[in-house]
Write a protein of this length. Structure first.
Length: 550
C-alpha cells in the first residue's frame, strides 16, 4: 500500500502506521475539513480534509525523525515509530468543522490536544469529559468501534498523548511556533488555494529541522524556506480571515451550533444533540432536523436605570421595598415600548400589578452590589442588571433554514469587518448570551436612530493572535544568536457584522454597496467602537485577493 499525496507524491509507511491509519478514528478525518467551513468562494480549499493533512504531517515526521540531524537523540526504531504515529493522530480529537466547533465547546473541556487519552481508552461517561462515551461500545465512525486502543500498548498510548499535548521532549516538533504540523498545514492550504511556492519547501524544512537543548533548531540553509513559509502563512490566513464570504460562512455555522446548544441548555432540542466525533455532514444533518425552536432571549428596554436608586431600594425592608421598587420602575421611560398581553397598543411605561413578584440577587462582600433583579408581572418576565432593564421574550429560530442557506451558498450579507487591537473583549462577543444581548442592543439603537424596523444583524468575532502575522525567533545550528523571521505578530480582534434578512443574502445579489447602508455602517461602527479601549477601524472589503493572491 502507498499514499499518493498532492504535495509529496508517493508516501509509504511501516505496518503499524498503516494499521493506525485504517482505524475508524483516523478514517473519520476524511469527512472533517481542514478549513473550518465548506468554503463557497475559496473553492480549492473547500474539501481539503484533515486525513490528507494528518498523512502529510506523519510523512514529514518520518523524514524528520529519520534524518541525520536527529541521530543525537539516539531513538530506537520503536521510539521513531511512536513519534510518526503521534503526528498521524494529532488531529483525531478534533470535532466537526475543526476549530469552528472547538471555539464553542472549549469551555466544556473540549481541548483536542488534551483528548487523546480519553479516545484511546474508550472511557465511560462519569458526568464530565468532552470525549467520554455513554457506553464502552459506542461506535465512533460508520458503526465501527474504536480500534487504536487494541493496536497500541499502554506505553505507546501514553507517549503519543504526551507528544501531542506538549509533555514530551519531542513535542515541539509538532507543537511550536513553527513545527511539522503547521509546515504541512500552511503549504497544503496554499497549494489547494492555488498560491505559488516551491513544492520542495516543506520537505526541505523537515530535513533541516531538529531538536537540541529542548529547542527546535534549523540548519542555516533553511532560512530561504522559512521566509517562504512565513509569506505563505500570511497569505493563507489573510484569505481565510478577511474574505467576507468566508467570514459569513463561519458566522452562520457558529450561529446554528450556538442555537442548538442553547436549545439543549433550555431543554428545547427535541432530543437532538451533537457529539464530538460527528463528521461535518453529520453535524449539518443533525442541525437540519431543528425546523422550529423557541428560545428565551433578552430584549433591552432601557439602559438608563439609576443603580444608586436601586441600591437604596434594596436596603429597605420587604413591604417598603416592594412599594418603592414598583414606584421607581413605573416611573421609568422605556426606550423600546412594549405591548402587554391583551392590549392592542404599546406603552413606554411598565405598569406593575399589585401582586407582581420579584427576586433580588446581591453580590457577596466586599462589593455588596445588586447583580440582578428578576421581575414577573402579568405573564411577562423582566430583569434589571446594573443600569439596564430587559424583557425576557421567546424568539422563534429555524436552524434548518440557516443550514440550508449556508449549504446552498445563500450567505448573509457582510455589512462590515472591523478590527481592533483590544483583544480583551473577545469573550464578550464569543459567549452566546452576551453576544445576542449586544446584537439586541445594536438593533434597538438602529431602530431608534435609522428606522430599519425589521433589520436583523449578527456579529461574529475572530481572534487574530499570531494568525495573519507571526514573528518567529529562529535558532540556527552553530549560531548562538537568534534570527527573526517576520516583522510583527498579529494581536487583534476581528468583528464581522452581517445582515441576516434574506433579501440581502448572496442569492439575491450583493447589496452591501447600497448608499443607504452607509449610515447603517456608521451607526454600527460607532456603537461597537464604544466597547473598546483602543482604536477600532473598518477594513475595506475584498482587497485580500488583489493583495495576497499572487
Amino acid at each position: 500500500m502507498y499514499i499518493w499525496d498532492a504535495l509529496y507524491g508517493k508516501i509509504e509507511f511501516g505496518k503499524l502506521i498503516y494499521q493506525c491509519m485504517l482505524t475508524p478514528e483516523v478514517q473519520r478525518l476524511r469527512e472533517v475539513r481542514l478549513c473550518n467551513i465548506n468554503s463557497l468562494c475559496i473553492t480549492g480549499s473547500a474539501n481539503t480534509n484533515r486525513y490528507e493533512h494528518s498523512v502529510g504531517t506523519a510523512f514529514l515526521a518520518q523524514i524528520n525523525i529519520e534524518s541525520k540531524l536527529q541521530k543525537h537523540l539516539r531513538l530506537s526504531k520503536q521510539d521513531k515509530e511512536v513519534f510518526i504515529i503521534a503526528a498521524l493522530l494529532h488531529d483525531i480529537a478534533n470535532g466537526p468543522f475543526g476549530h469552528s466547533y472547538e471555539y464553542i465547546r472549549e469551555k466544556t473541556g473540549f481541548i483536542p490536544e488534551q483528548g487523546l487519552c480519553d479516545i484511546f481508552n474508550n472511557v465511560v461517561a462519569t458526568g464530565t469529559g468532552a470525549y467520554k462515551n455513554e457506553t464502552p461500545f459506542e461506535p465512533i465512525f460508520f458503526r465501527k468501534l474504536r480500534q487504536l486502543t487494541s493496536l497500541l500498548t499502554e506505553k505507546q498510548k501514553l507517549d503519543i498523548s504526551n507528544i501531542v499535548s506538549g509533555k514530551h521532549h519531542l513535542s515541539k516538533l509538532i507543537s511550536a511556533s513553527i513545527d511539522l504540523d503547521n509546515i504541512d498545514n500552511v503549504f497544503r492550504m496554499a497549494f489547494h488555494m492555488g498560491l505559488s511556492f516551491r513544492k520542495e519547501a516543506p520537505i526541505k524544512l523537515a530535513t533541516m529541522m531538529f531538536i537540541e537543548d529542548d529547542e527546535v533548531k534549523f540548519l542555516k540553509e533553511a532560512k530561504t524556506y522559512l521566509d517562504e513559509w512565513y509569506i505563505m502563512r500570511e497569505k493563507v490566513y489573510k484569505f481565510l480571515l478577511l474574505n467576507p464570504q468566508e467570514f459569513a460562512g463561519k458566522y452562520m455555522l457558529t450561529e446554528a451550533m450556538d442555537i442548538l446548544f442553547e436549545c439543549i441548555a433550555q431543554n428545547q432540542s427535541q432530543g437532538i444533540t451533537i457529539k464530538w466525533n460527528y463528521t461535518d455532514y453529520q453535524l449539518m444533518n443533525e442541525i437540519d432536523k431543528l425546523k422550529e425552536v423557541w428560545i428565551k432571549r433578552k430584549t433591552l428596554l432601557t439602559d438608563k436605570i439609576d443603580e444608586h436608586e436601586i441600591n437604596k431600594i434594596v436596603k429597605q425592608n420587604n413591604d417598603k421595598q416592594k412599594y418603592q421598587l414598583k414606584e421607581y420602575i413605573e416611573g421609568i421611560h422605556l426606550d423600546v415600548p412594549i405591548k402587554e398581553k391583551g392590549k392592542k397598543s404599546k406603552t413606554d411605561h411598565l405598569l406593575l400589578s399589585d401582586n407582581f413578584s420579584y427576586e433580588i440577587k446581591v453580590a457577596p462582600e466586599p462589593n455588596n452590589t445588586v447583580n440582578i433583579i428578576n421581575l414577573k408581572n402579568r405573564n411577562m418576565e423582566f430583569y434589571i442588571n446594573q443600569n439596564k432593564m430587559y424583557k425576557i421574550v421567546l424568539v422563534r429560530y429555524n436552524p434548518s433554514k440557516i443550514v440550508s442557506r449556508l449549504m446552498t451558498g445563500d450567505l448573509y450579507c457582510c455589512l462590515l469587518i472591523m478590527q481592533t487591537s483590544d483583544i480583551t473583549k473577545y469573550n464578550t462577543f464569543l459567549e452566546y448570551e452576551k453576544r445576542i444581548t449586544i446584537e439586541d442592543e445594536l438593533e434597538t439603537r438602529i431602530h431608534r436612530i435609522i428606522g430599519y424596523k425589521s433589520l436583523s444583524l449578527g456579529i461574529h468575532p475572530i481572534l487574530d493572535v499570531n494568525k495573519t502575522e507571526r514573528q518567529l525567533i529562529i535558532h540556527f545550528k552553530g549560531d548562538s544568536s537568534n534570527t527573526t523571521v517576520g516583522n510583527i505578530s498579529s494581536k487583534k480582534l476581528l468583528l464581522g457584522v452581517f445582515i441576516k434578512n434574506e433579501p440581502y443574502g448572496l442569492e439575491h445579489g450583493d447589496k452591501s454597496s447600497n448608499p443607504k447602508l452607509e449610515i447603517l455602517r456608521k451607526t454600527v461602527k460607532d456603537y461597537l467602537t464604544s466597547f473598546f479601549n483602543h482604536n477600532a477601524e473598518i477594513i475595506p472589503l475584498y482587497e485580500e485577493a488583489d493583495r495576497y493572491g499572487n
